[in-house]
Design a protein around this ligand. Structure first.
Ligand SMILES: Cc1ncc(COP(=O)(O)O)c(C=O)c1O
Length: 378
């Protein structure tokens, strides 16, 4: 049996998405900027995709911009604000962001920005008081990861966006893990910029979205042609734009069931470990409302994550470790360090991310094999 439990890394392009994209690789291959019929039909499809996405997210279609990935959206949001608002010199983010944000703010730090990193509690929730204390007239933007890709923590965005609004500070939200996993209404979220990535919800890798609220003062990141309402140059990737639109339609249609099913699978998985008397810590919040559906991040006592994944892989079970490896060292992830996972547990931290295609039998098989492996390694 092959069990793919790494859906937070990437997902499979669904059949419906693949079928919707196909004509735009074949007979409908035109460039949307061309003035003949093959171009015009592609222009129409880009425009209608933008409108469909805007209606799904409850915003204006002019606020939706297609990018090449989540990383580009985040870079554009933060650098674009920095390049066009040089009167303000501080940025607030958190210690548990994805590297797309952390490395972008480190770049801006080299350009002179002062960066503040908010602490989180042991479940990964931002210190809201610290945000209120740090935010000031010189804060350009607060950038927050809405749902943590490693430990699944879903932040209290209502409180965060109110603080930013009251301080007249831009708010950028990394919602890469959120779309099609949790309900999302952009007018309720009240952020100025929101980043998305298609490959986290069954669209292909290489397509993202940046929502830019009307009135936001932001410089372009890519210069060249006049695509994307003159805000992002580069010939539009029409098949992938069609793909991300279809993936959102399908994903949002099934979201209610998806959440319930994935939470029940996660609970079953954890219960099986409890019944077998395995010593573990569940990193992040309890399974339910404040945790991404399907995210199970576990640390095991006195073991090595690479040993466990080696054997899981042998059994055809694919998961992620909570370590960033380079040639010389294996460093526990910054997220696990920020939530202070105890030192005798942190080396063996694994993320199991269940997806829309995962079956109960697969979850059962994975839990059985995990228990077997942990007992063997002990
Ligand atoms: C929370 C989060 N932000 C940003 C990214 C980057 O997205 P992409 O892979 O589309 O560049 C990822 C991808 O892992 C992510 O999980």
């Amino acid at each position: 049996m092959k069990v793919y439990l790494d859906n937070a890394s990437t997902t499979k392009v669904s059949k419906e998405v693949y079928e919707a994209m196909k004509p735009y690789f074949e007979e409908e291959f035109g460039n949307p900027s061309s003035l003949h019929n093959k171009g015009i039909s592609n222009r129409k499809v880009v425009n209608s995709s933008r409108k469909k996405i805007a209606s799904m997210f409850n915003c204006n279609h002019k606020e939706i911009h297609f990018t090449s990935c989540g990383t580009e959206s985040i870079n554009w949001a933060l650098k674009g604000l920095a390049f066009s608002n040089n009167a303000k010199g501080e940025i607030i983010t958190t210690k548990v962001e994805h590297h797309a944000t952390l490395h972008t703010v480190q770049f801006l730090e080299k350009m002179g920005y002062i960066i503040h990193y908010l602490d989180v509690d042991k479940e990964g929730f931002i210190d809201i008081k610290q945000l209120s204390t740090l935010i000031n007239d010189n804060t350009l933007v607060v950038s927050v990861l809405m749902a943590n890709n490693e430990i699944g923590t879903i932040q209290n965005m209502e409180e965060i966006s109110k603080i930013c609004f009251d301080a007249s500070t831009y708010l950028h939200v990394d919602a890469v893990q959120v779309a099609c996993h949790k309900e999302l209404d952009l007018s309720e979220l009240n952020a100025d910029l929101v980043s998305f990535s298609g490959h986290k919800f069954n669209a292909p890798k290489g397509i993202g979205i940046l929502y830019i609220k009307h009135g936001t003062k932001i410089e372009n990141l890519l210069h060249g042609g006049q695509q994307e309402q003159d805000h992002r140059a580069g010939t539009e990737n029409v098949p992938y734009i069609v793909g991300i639109t279809k993936a959102l339609e399908v994903g949002l249609r099934q979201i209610g069931n998806y959440e319930k099913t994935l939470d029940s699978y996660s609970k079953f998985f954890i219960d099986e470990l409890d019944n077998a008397g395995i010593e573990y810590i569940l990193n992040g919040p309890q399974i339910g409302e404040h945790r991404l559906p399907g995210n199970i991040n576990l640390s095991f006592k006195d073991l090595e994550g690479s040993d466990i994944t080696y054997y899981l892989n042998k059994y055809g079970i694919y998961v992620s470790t909570g370590s960033a490896c380079d040639s010389e060292s294996i460093e526990p992830s910054h997220v696990l360090q920020a939530i202070k996972v105890p030192f005798d547990y942190i080396e063996a931290s694994l993320r199991f991310s269940i997806g829309v295609d995962t079956t109960f039998d697969e979850v059962k098989y994975a839990s059985e094999k995990l228990i077997e492996i942990i007992n063997e390694l002990k």
